[in-house]
Design a protein around this ligand. Structure first.
Ligand code: PLP
Length: 224
């Protein structure tokens, strides 16, 4: 697609997000993070030129490479993947805008140590495994609230801003909806939480309907 065609395509995506958010309320703002994990830096740049500012990666190495290559652009980088303990320092070198996948207490404690040593803070979201799926990382709905508060009190350099979840892996829309509503109910219980990140290319409209205010669109934004 040339730039004009791509712009028309993105306008349509933006319209879909807008329609979904207005169904909730005119006051309900939804932020879109463009997930560039299947895309090149050139493609990120093209989307930037159309107006997109927030991008997400799920591998530290890719985040590092793309943020370096595009250093001159005023982009916001989100890390949305599972973080191995031995990659924490590499992530902190990039200093992302938001780490969306804080998925265990053990990781939080290790992250806290590294942040403290560098005298820096990091905005994070607690990842919720809302349908208790073996294949997914994150806190179970049963332990999420208690863990969130524990991290808030024990990890002062971790600035928790809310929750992130991937919708249940199911063809049944009701099952996916239930997983989003579970995450949203947890979000509502958290004091000071402002971000409820849920919804991807295949289910973002449903996620917004369930209260999401941050969606992570990969294949749809890059037309893959
Ligand atoms: C890949 C990924 C996305 C985007 O997925 P699409 O289906 O391509 O929109 C969103 N969130 C996470 C955590 C991902 O790993």
């Amino acid at each position: 697609m040339d730039t004009i065609e791509y712009k028309i395509y993105i306008d349509d995506v933006v319209r879909r997000v807008e329609t979904a958010r207005l169904r909730v309320s005119g006051h309900h703002i939804v932020k879109t993070v463009a997930v560039s994990k299947y895309s090149t830096s050139d493609e990120v740049k093209k989307l930037y030129e159309i107006g997109q500012r927030a991008f997400g990666e799920n591998k530290v190495q890719d985040l590092k490479e793309k943020s370096n290559e595009l250093e001159e652009l005023p982009l916001e980088w989100h890390f949305i993947g599972n973080l191995q303990k031995n990659k924490i320092n590499n992530l902190l070198d990039v200093n992302p805008t938001l780490f969306q996948a804080l998925d265990s207490l053990e990781l939080a404690l290790e992250l806290q140590k590294k942040l403290q040593a560098r005298d820096m803070t990091l905005d994070c979201l607690l990842q919720i495994n809302s349908a208790n799926e073996e294949s997914k990382h994150g806190f179970t709905p049963e332990t999420a609230i208690e863990s969130y508060k524990k991290i808030q009190s024990e990890c002062p350099n971790i600035k928790l801003k809310g929750v992130m979840s991937i919708g249940a892996h199911s063809e049944d829309k009701e099952v996916v909806k239930k997983s989003f509503l579970t995450t949203y109910a947890i979000y509502k219980e958290l004091p000071d939480a402002t971000i409820c990140s849920m919804g991807m290319s295949g289910d973002f409209e449903l996620a917004i309907e369930c209260g999401s205010n941050m969606i992570r669109l990969g294949s749809l934004m890059f037309n893959k």
